[in-house]
Design a protein around this ligand. Structure first.
Ligand SMILES: C[S@@+](CC[C@H](N)C(=O)[O-])C[C@H]1O[C@@H](n2cnc3c(N)ncnc32)[C@H](O)[C@@H]1O
Ligand code: SF4
Length: 396
């Protein structure tokens, strides 16, 4: 008898074997193919084979099937295909706006471990209904590459865990924070979340691991309004309880988006709540993004700041200065291996999130190529964007 177990996977028997990866992703194994390796029984943590084969031999063959299964990975929240970015994928972590590491030449480095979200906000800058796939980055790979970026900085750095989706869904979040905390140049570690999954237990585990700042996007205290904004079930009371709890143990920033005409009065309630529980505020103006949702016309920035100024006076609160523990300043910038306008030879490696777009790699950078469905091959790409080492282009 040989038992093959995998910590990050869960197995379920059925017509096919359903394999769940990091809680929210899955793929299926064909039972006929698995039975070619010997008689087997499915356990939640792995497969038990009754076979005369040596364990190493069996493991190698089974892992071949697992690797192939990963190519059909899907997100169970939305059914979309998932690109799994890991250290052997050949996919760099610098260059995409969708995942990986973003360096804007300051003491704050953003890491984006996944792109899935559990709600569908009516104002989201990343309209998930326009994205046909998701992406997930392996924790160890993310940390190894992050160390390299940190090593070019002159001073200590703050790490912000962001995402095009919600970082609280990342199955390895606690481990990610622990590993980042072990890097001695790291000062603050922050994350931004809609707060739904940030239970007191998870908050405690994250704080113990080294998370210092939580940014929670709480846009209204009214249950119906909050659900309207989330375009999904949103447990306002539970999120408020977690906020109260977190504020006692770490830095809490409430970061509502002010969507004009929709939550104007709610913003005042969120400010009062923040004051009550000892949280700071970072109110965000609703901004219109080309590939985001557009429920209303945005407020001009000048008017937004005027309104914030009025609220500051009315409620005796600071709404325009950032938490001093997160202040950012310039630091060394990662070098750009190529510039906008360049024609670069790149290797296509997988799907990108938008329809008719793929990701390719060249000189340690990801390039998103728009307007193509090519699945692989070496192509010439003309770059249309290079800002902050985020590269976009089209086939030349
Ligand atoms: C894209 S979200 C990802 C993190 C997480 N899902 C969340 O909502 O907190 C990052 C931040 O941008 C805010 N945001 C989303 N769409 C926006 C928009 N159109 N204008 C301004 N801020 C926006 C969110 O409220 C959140 O604070
Ligand atoms: S704003 Fe955040 S929580 Fe809302 S849909 Fe977008 S990614 Fe998800």
């Amino acid at each position: 008898m040989v038992m093959l177990e995998y910590e990050s996977l869960r197995f379920e028997d059925g017509e096919k074997i359903r394999v769940t990866f990091q809680n929210i992703y899955n793929f299926y194994l064909n039972k006929e193919e698995v039975s070619e390796l010997g008689r087997f029984k499915v356990h939640p943590k792995g497969l038990e084979f009754s076979s005369g084969k040596k364990e190493a031999n069996l493991r190698q063959k089974f892992e071949f099937l697992l690797t192939r299964g990963f190519e059909d990975l899907r997100c169970s929240l939305n059914g979309k295909p998932v690109l799994y970015v890991h250290s052997n994928s050949g996919i760099p972590l610098i260059g995409s706006n969708e995942f990986g590491i973003i360096d804007r030449g300051t003491n704050t480095i953003e890491v984006k471990p996944l792109s899935s979200c559990n709600i569908d906000c009516i104002f989201c800058s990343v309209d998930h209904t326009k994205r046909t796939s998701d992406v997930y980055v392996e924790c160890d790979y993310l940390v190894d590459e992050l160390r390299k970026v940190i090593s070019i900085k002159k001073g200590r750095v703050n790490i912000h865990i962001g995402s095009q989706g919600d970082p609280s869904l990342y199955g390895d979040l606690v481990r990610l924070v622990k590993e980042i905390r072990d890097i001695k140049e790291v000062a603050a570690i922050s994350m931004v979340s809609n707060g739904i999954l940030l239970s007191k237990t998870l908050a405690d585990r994250l704080i113990d691991a080294g998370m210092t700042h939580f940014h929670i996007s709480l846009h209204s205290l009214d249950p119906q309004k909050a659900e309207k904004l989330a375009n999904a079930k949103y447990p306002v009371k539970k999120v408020m309880e977690s906020c109260e709890y977190i504020a006692k143990k770490a830095h809490l920033l409430l970061v509502p988006v002010w969507v004009p005409g929709i939550n104007d009065n709610d913003i005042e309630d969120v400010i009062k709540f923040a004051k009550d529980i000892g949280a700071t505020l970072g109110i965000q103006n609703f901004l219109e993004y080309q590939l985001g949702k557009k429920p209303v016309n945005p407020l001009p920035m000048k008017l937004f700041y005027k309104k914030l100024g009025d609220l500051e006076k009315k409620l005796d609160v600071n709404l325009t200065k950032l938490d001093t523990t997160l202040e950012f300043h310039e630091d060394t910038r990662l070098e750009k291996p190529f510039r906008k306008g360049d024609v670069v030879q790149a290797e296509i490696l997988g799907i990108s999130r938008l329809p008719h777009s793929v990701i390719a790699a060249a000189k340690g950078r990801v390039i998103t190529i728009m307007g193509t469905d090519r699945k692989k091959g070496s192509v010439k790409v003309r770059l249309t964007r290079d800002k902050d080492n985020i590269f976009i282009g089209s086939i030349a």
